[in-house]
Design a protein. Structure first.
Length: 95
């Protein structure tokens, strides 16, 4: 009975969230798997947001926290190599 209550609570809690919150390592793995369509990075605080190529866990969009300054070249290349269409950097005048 407790398991059902926890599942129901988690289901209700996630309905109001339109973006999937990812650990940085999960974001990088999804990028390497070609699941990331576009990404926006704020290098001043490492905030990452973007869109999946196809829904992941029922979500089209995601957020994550990563390194400040810039994404590693390997992650940028993975997104581009898998058909990622937009990588933009906000903050510090970098676009």
């Amino acid at each position: 009975m407790l398991v059902i209550a926890v599942l129901a609570f988690n289901s209700l809690g996630s309905k109001g969230t339109s973006k999937l919150s990812l650990k940085y390592t999960d974001f990088a793995a999804l990028a390497n798997d070609g699941k990331v369509k576009n990404v926006t990075v704020d290098p001043t605080n490492g905030h990452i947001s973007g869109t999946f190529t196809t829904p992941v866990s029922g979500k089209n969009d995601f957020t994550s926290s990563g390194p400040t300054n810039a994404l590693p070249d390997s992650v940028v290349r993975a997104i581009q190599d898998h058909g990622g269409t937009l990588i933009s950097y906000m903050g510090d005048g970098i676009m």
